[in-house]
Design a protein around this ligand. Structure first.
Ligand code: MN
Length: 313
């Protein structure tokens, strides 16, 4: 029954979207107030948990080995929050066409940590690897690391093993993947922090409306964002734009390691792909999903220099 439901999301997306779009427009019109808008725990308790779906999905529902055919489908393998602990993984990363990493691949973004992560990526067999930074990868934040040559060295090392997205898009077989590293302000000491409300809203407005897979470090509020003390760390502004405008089929993220797993609001499938748990133990599994190819053209990247470098991938 669940598999039929998942198929119905992709095969009759337009119909599903129209129906849910009205529901979400109604929700935001009636629930939006300046007082609660930026505070995720208050917003979740007072509005979201009462009026929206947060159905948890079993990971096995997102892929089907009996129908997977690399000629017609793209298999994505989602990871996040590996924190240079990949040597302690107890199981191999499953094979797929595209590996996604939603940030926090290092502890503090030191060069040796970036190199160690890059070597791990090179050891994996996936045809394409797409990576964004997280708040722990702070040397990649131009605001924190304004010396271009140092930041370029970190990114240069990373780009030898993957496509590094920072507020940019990669298109694989017609599927548009947008990557963004930013999080709502944590304590001002880490990388890629933005103030809730205006700064977050402005950044999320850069996300193209035709995005199929949104790769962000932060979760939206209400999905994969429940902290150990039951507070919510996700972004209210991001959920608003995801539900009203972007409507991606998938949003893949990490950051809140206490709440890994898959949920849906009936429109988007939200994947918290953290591989380290709240005790920083690398014991969680990557999440796999399949999507139908939209074109034969294998890879386009929005950055011209990367596009030139990767035309032969
Ligand atoms: Mn993080």
């Amino acid at each position: 029954m669940h598999k039929r439901w998942i198929r119905s999301i992709s095969s009759s997306k337009k119909k599903t979207k129209k129906k849910t779009c009205n529901e979400f427009e109604e929700f935001w019109k009636n629930s939006y107030t300046q007082y609660i808008h930026g505070i995720p725990t208050v917003f979740y308790k007072s509005e979201l948990s009462k009026k929206q779906r947060h159905d948890r999905l079993d990971p096995v529902l997102l892929y089907d080995d009996s129908t997977y055919n690399p000629a017609t489908k793209v298999r994505f393998v989602c990871t996040s929050d590996t924190h240079n602990l990949t040597e302690r993984f107890t199981k191999p990363v499953p094979y797929g066409d595209v590996l996604l990493h939603a940030g926090d691949f290092t502890q503090e973004g030191e060069m040796c940590q970036v190199e160690q992560f890059s070597e791990w990526l090179e050891s994996l067999p996936h045809r394409i690897k797409i990576v964004i930074a997280g708040n722990h990868d702070l040397t990649l934040d131009a605001g924190r690391f304004p010396q271009n040559h140092i930041r370029d060295a970190f990114i240069g090392r990373l780009q030898r093993s993957c496509i590094y997205l920072e507020d940019s898009t990669a298109i694989i077989n017609g599927i548009k993947i947008y990557g963004t590293p930013w999080i709502p302000e944590y304590n001002g000491k880490w990388g890629f922090e933005l103030k809730r409300e205006d700064e977050c809203s402005a950044k999320w407005r850069e996300i193209p409306s035709d995005t199929d897979i949104l790769l962000s470090h932060t979760p939206p509020v209400g999905h994969g964002d429940r902290c150990a003390d039951s507070s919510r760390a996700g972004c209210v502004n991001l959920l608003q734009q995801v539900q009203l405008r972007i409507k991606p089929q998938y949003q893949v993220f990490g950051h809140v390691q206490e709440d890994s797993g898959i949920t849906t609001d009936g429109q988007t499938i939200f994947i918290n792909a953290a591989m380290c748990n709240e005790k920083m133990k690398p014991v969680l599994d990557p999440v796999v999903f399949d999507m139908d190819k939209k074109s034969e053209e294998m890879l386009l990247v929005s950055s011209t220099s990367q596009w030139n470098a990767l035309t032969n991938v």
